[in-house]
Design a protein around this ligand. Structure first.
Ligand SMILES: [Zn+2]
Length: 226
């Protein structure tokens, strides 16, 4: 097996970090529970030679070099909250290499890092960017995460409108339950963090619950089995 090297400069790179399996339910925006949750800062590797940032430096495409060498990339180093910097750098590489989905995940991770740093305005600003990137998704899972992102950004009108739009698409029972939970939180102007388990009806808290009557996607039914 060959040692991993940075895809931009060829310097030796650490293998991608593998977070431990979560034992606690995730937040409604799918930030994983502990013990994975507190490993957030390890999710992005930084190349000590060229400054590239990515979950897996060895997987960086050649096109990332121009981004890493750009002024925009360098300026991030002095213009953003330090705790969010690795995620912002990775997000910029994703943006410039056309990976909008990964860009959104990277910016949401930056928001989590800003949450952990108890930053005042940065978390809401980053979540607003994530919500914009997900603004036309028809995917139920992403749509539910977008709802949480909008609420936690304090964009209550937009969150309520998004909840109505999702409801109009005829979501399954589980999605309806989460939308109803979010609408109640929106109505009380709550921007706080909530676990998915808090939004689910009591039977879902039981381990190994049989949910044969629930029509869910694989993603959410995996959560319910936790
Ligand atoms: Zn490098």
């Amino acid at each position: 097996m060959t040692e991993p090297v940075c895809g931009v400069c060829g310097a030796p790179a650490k293998p991608a970090f593998r977070a431990p399996q979560p034992e606690i339910a995730p937040d409604l925006d799918m930030r994983p529970g502990e013990p994975a949750r507190s490993t957030l800062r390890d999710w992005i590797q930084l190349c000590p030679r060229c400054g590239a940032a990515a979950p897996d430096l060895a997987a960086l495409p050649a096109a990332a070099r121009a981004v890493v060498e750009s002024d925009d990339y360098r300026i991030l180093g002095t213009s953003v909250l330090e705790e969010t910097l690795p995620f912002r750098r990775w997000a910029l590489i994703c943006e410039r290499t056309g990976d909008r989905a990964q860009q959104a995940e990277a910016l949401l991770q930056a928001a989590w890092a800003a949450d952990d740093a108890a930053a005042m305005t940065e978390p809401a600003r980053l979540r607003t960017e994530v919500a914009a990137l997900w603004d036309s998704t028809l995917d139920v899972e992403l749509g539910l995460r977008r709802l949480d992102v909008l609420r936690r950004a304090g964009q209550f009108d937009a969150a309520d409108a998004w909840a109505a739009a999702m409801s109009a698409r005829g979501p399954d029972e589980l999605a309806r339950t989460i939308i109803a939970f979010q609408r109640a939180r929106i109505a009380s102007r709550d921007i706080g963090r909530h676990l998915i388990s808090a939004a689910l009806p009591p039977p879902a808290h039981a381990p190994h619950v049989s949910h044969g009557k629930r029509a869910t996607t694989g993603f959410w039914s995996r959560l319910l089995r936790k």
